[in-house]
Design a protein around this ligand. Structure first.
Ligand code: C2E
Ligand code: CA
Ligand code: CA
Ligand code: CA
Length: 269
């Protein structure tokens, strides 16, 4: 038994080595991709007005086609980009792309995800404002999606950043709402414009008991604070109906469309 334990441990070490090597290789490849953004694309997923009939916004979502591995999920490479600091360059590039799209489609709001690592970097607000000005886009047509992760370290600075961005005209959405440890607390401290109910709540509708009551109270709370409420991860007609009944303002999910290239989203808007 002792030997087999040791054997298992060696096996474990080998797996760890491999995954570490894979990550290091991915980091090297991502750095290479960033030289001229080869294989990197920004795709867009529509945000629908509650009827599901009209596109009111677009979320910019990064895509990376690795030269050997093919499509790598942002769930995998964003973390690497954050650990290595490459998310700063990557995030600024996504913002520039989103600005170009906003100029072409001024009838909708274009939303961009902001990593907590970007958000906490010094001069973050100034960089965002400068990039949007350079691209000639209108901050009033843009939304920045942040998560509770921005809170870690300096709550005071996070609040100041949000206030400064809103003063510059940007809308702020609180992403993945309900998944953090302090969502409600966050709402009372941070002046955001929108909450995006996490897809885990959407997908529990009609499955878990009380899920409709939870969603309803989040919507009521959001509205009481003057916020727009969007639900993420809408995949079924049943979820759509339940969310409309709960009073949600906007819907996003595969029921309407996945993220698609600009040429396709342009036709939906
Ligand atoms: P997120 O910001 O919560 O984005 C929503 C994710 O849910 C996207 O995954 C989207 O494709 C997926 N999704 C949308 N509708 C549905 C649905 O109905 N069902 C299901 N199962 N999934 C749905 P994606 O594109 O793989 O992105 C994953 C995460 O990676 C994003 O989560 C975001 O945190 C991060 N990410 C993506 N692009 C960027 C970016 O440009 N910058 C930063 N900082 N993070 C990004
Ligand atoms: Ca998001
Ligand atoms: Ca989300
Ligand atoms: Ca998420």
């Amino acid at each position: 038994a002792k030997n087999s334990g040791r054997g298992q441990y060696r096996q474990f070490e080998k797996v760890m080595d491999e995954s570490l090597r894979t990550r290091q290789q991915m980091a090297t490849d991502l750095r290479q991709a960033l030289v001229n953004f080869d294989g990197l694309r920004v795709w867009y997923q529509p945000l629908m007005e509650i009827s599901g009939q009209r596109v009111v916004g677009l979320e910019a979502l990064l895509r990376w086609q690795h030269p050997v591995r093919g499509d790598v999920s942002p769930g995998d490479f964003i973390a690497i980009a954050e650990e290595t600091g490459m998310i700063i360059t990557l995030g600024e590039w996504v913002l520039r792309e989103a600005c170009k799209t906003s100029l072409k489609l001024p009838q909708v709001i274009v939303a961009v995800n902001v990593s907590p690592v970007q958000f906490r970097a010094s001069g973050f607000v100034e960089r965002i404002v400068e990039i949007v000005r350079e691209e000639g886009a209108n901050p009033h047509h843009m939304e920045l999606e942040i998560t509770e992760g921005v809170l870690i370290e300096d709550e005071h600075e996070a609040r100041n950043n949000i206030i400064a961005l809103r003063e510059a005209g940007f809308r702020i959405a609180l992403d993945d709402f309900g998944t953090g440890y302090s969502s409600l607390n966050y709402l009372s401290t941070f002046p955001v414009d929108k909450i995006k109910i996490d897809r885990s709540f959407t997908q529990s509708l009609g499955v878990a008991q009380n899920s409709a009551a939870i969603v309803e109270s989040v919507v009521r709370l959001g509205h009481a604070m003057g916020l727009t409420v969007t639900a993420e991860g809408v995949e079924t007609e049943g979820q759509k109906v339940a969310l409309a009944d709960a009073g949600c303002n906007q819907l996003q999910g595969y029921l309407f469309s996945q993220a698609v290239p600009f040429e396709e989203i342009e036709k939906m808007v």
